[in-house]
Each structure stands twice: as C-alpha cells, then as structure tokens.
Design a binder for this molecule. Structure first.
Ligand code: NI
Length: 136
C-alpha cells in the first residue's frame, strides 16, 4: 500500500478485547483491516447523510405474485424512472412469494424517495432500501 501512515490509539482493555472477539468472529485477519473498514463505513454513512450524494440503492421487495396490480405497478414505476433504474432481478422464492431486487442510481434524495415509495406499495410483505455511496 502506498502512502500508509501508522497511527497509535488508546483503548480500554475490555473494549479492545470485545473488538478483537468481534473481528475474529467476522474473519478479519488483522486489527488494521477491521479498523480501516470501520472508518470507510463511517465515512460512507456521512456521505449518505448528504441528499445530493451520488449513490446506488438496492430495493428489496417481497410480495405475493397473485397481487397482479402490485406486479404491474412495480413495472410501471421502473419504466417511468428509466434513468434511475439500472436493473432488476426477480426470484420466485416460494409457492406464492416473489423477491424483486431493483437497483437505482441517482442522488440520495431521489433514489431514497423512489425506494421508499416502492416498499410502501400496497401488497408488499417485506421491503428494504439499502444505499451505498458511489463517490469517493
Ligand atoms: Ni415470481
């Protein structure tokens, strides 16, 4: 790694023990890698708090496919937001239920609004909007 700086931090022993147990369970091979990921995650969360940040949203929706109006509405929403919709994936997860993952790209404010609208549609059993920032 280029341009790496070493830093020392002070932590209470019990806090460090709990952190080490956590990252060991997650499979980290070094404390440094775990701390780097924590910092990146914190920076990303800070970026996502800004409405104008460019981001990707993965919108998860579980619904009963017998709800024909809902399936139609999901298609219509994607067609009417062509520039924001990157892709979608449909999986038949049970006899009645389908999982749809819709990927949206745009500013946090735009895609969060659209994602929240999708998961709040009548007939959606489970819905979740996951955001990741695309800017550095
Ligand atoms: Ni299906």
């Amino acid at each position: 790694m280029d341009n790496v700086q070493r830093v020392g931090i002070s932590l209470e022993s019990d806090l460090l023990e709990r952190f080490d147990a956590l990252i060991l369970g997650q499979g980290y091979s070094s404390r440094s890698e775990a701390v780097r990921d924590l910092i990146r995650d914190r920076l990303t969360q800070s970026q996502l708090a800004q409405p104008q940040t460019e981001a990707i949203a993965a919108v998860f929706v579980v619904y009963d496919h017998h709800q024909a109006q809902l399936a139609q509405k999901l298609i219509e929403l994607q067609h009417s937001h062509l520039l924001k919709t990157i892709s979608s994936l449909h999986v038949h997860i049970a006899h009645d239920d389908c999982l749809e993952v819709i990927l949206l790209r745009g500013s946090v404010s735009e895609i969060k609004k659209l994602g929240d609208h999708i998961v709040s549609l009548k007939g959606v059993k489970l819905g979740k909007v996951n955001l990741i920032a695309t800017a550095d």
